[in-house]
Design a protein around this ligand. Structure first.
Ligand code: ZN
Ligand code: CA
Length: 501
């Protein structure tokens, strides 16, 4: 499954190739009726099955699909495209309604077996705060003592934030039964072998209610090989407590497997709010989280948003923040957010300082502290990360604020504090001594957060402000809220901030 995912990613960003995602956005009524000619039938079938399972799509029978003259029934295709759009919106993809390569790649990601559109009529929660659980079966893919330890840790992650107690039982009946199963295990939701669906759980209730099943065919692990059991267990236990899926990319309750070993596994702000809305706040919550509050997923409409780094990547502009990035494509109006690790796995750290694309060498360069990473087509070049002294920086420079690459001049400008450095990419040497930013780039504040060249202007970012700099007149020609660069035009509007449910 890992191999497949990587192959799919490669198809998205191979140099010189226009991503197949490049369909212009259309309004609903403009979605073409005739679109079966697009993806191969197998992919169409796979997508239908995915949407049926996770988005409550009800495919019509073959006969209904085709009108008497053999043409595709418009109503059916509209239904299908609407469901594709619903799925694309949930995952932050451009909602084209088309089965793009990127859409199919997301559909193929390993994930939880529960639906993304389950509408709970009323919140179903346990009416007690002490729950018992039991681990049954003998077919553990890994040592039983370790499995027990992982599950105890997973429950603790929830009881740290909500006033719950979880007690393990070895013999008697328990509220929550946890087990591993292969294939069809007689609950109406068979597992599918390696990859695909990893686990599922049942809402709180009697009998099977609250139970959690793991696919025994997966390669479960305690680290980053295969699938991390703790990461999946925390997610499934969330369902066992009554939580639905969240479209918040940083949430544990996000339906796709997102585990990044470089990042500490923790509940996001959204997970914490959701579970506390159901069960209340754990008495230990403040003492446990006052110093390290649960991380909020960045919101492109947050008026206080700032960027870590901004870079071009082929036709796209990438805006980096924490472990996430927004991808702005010239052909789409909507700017989708993804995890940095979704594109470059664990080769690139989060909380970056600076990033630039060197088109001539066909590489992208990442900076954090005194280290830098060079990647070619998603792969880390051998011997990296290396020290930024390679560029000619003295050891007094501990980090780079921003990097600005000019394709035609084969020049990269680095910004550190009040200074800027000119690096000749052809000779691989620093040109002369650093100069003052206020002399070279009048009107640009220091230190800056990020710099990038696109659409004929140099763009600087500092705090929540975006500065557009014209190189010809050597002046800042416009400033504005940084959110405008992410198709968010409603800054300051409280409605667009993360909502509390
Ligand atoms: Zn789930
Ligand atoms: Ca599976």
């Amino acid at each position: 499954m890992k191999m497949l995912w990587l192959t799919l990613l490669l198809t998205l960003v191979m140099p010189g190739q226009t991503p197949v995602t490049a369909f212009p956005l259309r309004s609903k009524d403009e979605i073409p009726a005739q679109r079966l000619a697009g993806p191969p039938e197998a992919e169409q079938k796979f997508a239908e099955e995915y949407l049926r399972h996770f988005y409550d799509y009800k495919p019509k029978s073959q006969r209904q699909k085709r009108a008497a003259d053999g043409h595709v029934d418009n109503e059916w295709t509209t239904d299908f495209c609407n469901k594709v759009q619903e799925m694309q919106r949930f995952f932050g993809l451009p909602p084209s309604g088309e089965l793009t390569n990127e859409t199919l790649a997301v559909m193929r990601r390993p994930r939880c077996g529960l639906s993304d559109v389950e509408r709970f009529e009323e919140t179903i929660r346990w009416k007690k705060n002490t729950l018992s659980y039991r681990i049954t079966g003998y077919n553990f893919p890994i040592p039983a003592s370790k499995v027990h330890k992982v599950f105890r840790a997973a429950w603790k992650i929830w009881s740290n934030v909500a006033p719950m107690k979880f007690r393990k039982r070895n013999r008697k009946e328990a509220d929550i039964v946890i087990s591993f199963h292969n294939g069809d295990h007689k609950d109406g939701s068979p597992f599918d072998g390696k990859g695909g669906i990893l686990a599922h759980a049942f809402q709180p209730g009697y009998g099977i209610g609250g139970d959690v099943h793991f696919d025994a065919d997966e390669e479960w692990s305690f680290n980053s090989t295969g699938f991390n059991l703790l990461a999946v267990a925390v997610h499934e236990f969330g369902h066992a407590l009554g939580l639905p899926h969240s479209s918040d990319l940083g949430a544990i309750m996000y339906p796709a497997y997102n585990f990044a070993p470089t990042h500490e596994l923790q509940l996001s702000f959204r997970d914490v709010k959701d579970v506390q809305n159901m069960y209340g706040v754990s008495p230990n919550f403040d003492s446990l989280f006052s110093k390290n509050p649960p991380p909020r997923t960045p919101d492109k409409c947050d008026p206080d948003l700032s960027f870590d780094a901004v870079s071009e990547l082929q036709q796209e502009v990438l805006f980096f923040k924490d472990r996430f990035m927004w991808r702005r494509h010239p052909k789409f109006d909507e700017t989708g957010m993804t995890l940095i690790s979704s594109l470059w796995s664990d080769n690139v750290p989060s909380y970056l300082d600076a990033v630039y694309e060197n088109v001539e060498r066909n590489v992208i360069v990442f900076f954090k502290g005194q280290k830098y990473w060079i990647l070619r087509q998603l792969k880390l070049e051998e011997g990296f990360p290396r020290n930024i002294s390679d560029f000619g920086f003295p050891s007094t420079i501990k980090s780079v604020d921003a990097a600005l690459h000019f394709r035609n001049k084969r020049l990269t400008v680095f910004f550190t504090g009040k200074q800027c450095w000119r690096y000749n990419e052809l000779q691989k040497t620093m040109q002369g001594s650093p100069t003052l930013i206020e002399e070279q780039w009048p009107g640009v504040p220091t230190p800056i957060d990020a710099a990038v060249f696109y659409e004929g202007f140099v763009h600087f970012f500092k705090g929540n402000i975006h500065y557009e700099f014209d190189s010809l007149s050597k002046s800042v020609v416009s400033t504005g809220p940084l959110n405008n660069e992410l198709d968010c035009r409603e800054t300051g509007d409280n409605e667009v901030l993360p909502e509390r449910r």
